[in-house]
Design a protein around this ligand. Structure first.
Ligand SMILES: NC(=O)c1ccc[n+]([C@@H]2O[C@H](COP(=O)([O-])OP(=O)(O)OC[C@H]3O[C@@H](n4cnc5c(N)ncnc54)[C@H](OP(=O)(O)O)[C@@H]3O)[C@@H](O)[C@H]2O)c1
Length: 238
């Protein structure tokens, strides 16, 4: 029976991924800040879900919560980081920018760093984190969010190189969605939005295949190529 932690399981993509693993018979630790949503989810598979409500941006407590959750799960095979914060903020209001940094940079680093060290010690494991197509280039809608997502991508690549260099048997999957129909992806400019079940199913399949990088849905792989090819001088005038 696989032991899995899904951070950000209280809503959106993470909630659906947690459901899929519970359906497969895995033991799943589900986390997020909104405990009520987590306990609601738990009622769907009371024997499969273990709830741990905490805030990943409070980085001094992350290790303690994860250590305790792994004890309750009695081990860990896969850690999936779907917790993230993204808000449109062309006005550059301070709070949303700082919240993105606290969650998607500081919180991300605390969680992924803990997982890498844990899996290194047990000499196997798999880290999965959701970055975004938004990390491929900067964007005027959400500067801190897009910057945090390129941070995620580069950090995960660093870990892949580190694992190879140190001969550590740890898989690292960088999931790069385009738009997925969650609370986070609302408003103007949203197109080709995938349903949450479709996105979650493709992510679970990519995890099974231990992919290094996966675009969700698949067509965003081609969009990514185009986004990268646009000359900077044109891109900055879009
Ligand atoms: N939807 C899209 O179009 C899209 C596209 C590209 C990438 N992504 C990425 O996909 C991931 C999942 O997003 P989603 O679309 O599923 O959005 P969502 O429904 O808003 O889910 C975000 C999850 O993150 C958790 N979270 C946020 N801040 C947290 C914190 N400080 N500590 C702990 N948990 C926290 C939330 O739980 P609580 O509020 O209960 O804490 C929630 O469970 C994010 O990393 C997002 O950037 C989404």
């Amino acid at each position: 029976m696989q032991k899995i932690i899904v951070l950000g399981a209280s809503s959106g993509i993470g909630r659906e991924i947690a459901r899929l693993y519970a359906t497969q018979g895995c033991m799943v630790g589900i986390t997020g800040r909104r405990e009520k949503l987590l306990t609601e989810l738990q009622t769907e598979f009371p024997d499969r879900f273990i709830v741990s409500a905490f805030d990943i941006s409070e980085i001094s407590t992350v290790e303690r919560y994860l250590d305790e959750l792994v004890r309750r799960l009695n081990g860990l095979d896969v850690l999936i980081l779907s917790a993230g914060y993204g808000k449109r903020n062309s006005e550059l209001d301070a709070e949303p920018e700082q919240q993105a940094i606290r969650t998607d940079v500081a919180g991300f680093t605390a969680v992924v760093g803990w997982a890498f060290k844990y899996f290194k010690q047990q000499d196997y494991g798999h880290i999965v984190a959701i970055s975004s197509i938004a990390g491929l280039r900067g964007n005027r809608y959400s500067p801190a969010y897009s910057a945090s997502k390129v941070y995620n991508m580069n950090y995960l690549q660093s870990l892949r190189q580190l694992a190879h260099h140190q001969k550590i048997n740890v898989g690292i999957t960088d999931v790069r969605p385009g738009f997925v129909d969650t609370q986070m992806a609302q408003g103007q400019g949203v197109f080709w939005s995938a349903s949450v079940p479709k996105a979650a199913a493709q992510i679970v399949k990519a995890i099974e295949k231990k992919k290094d990088i996966v675009y969700i849905t698949r067509r965003w792989k081609y969009v990514a190529v185009v986004i990268r090819l646009i000359p900077r001088i044109i891109f900055e005038r879009l």
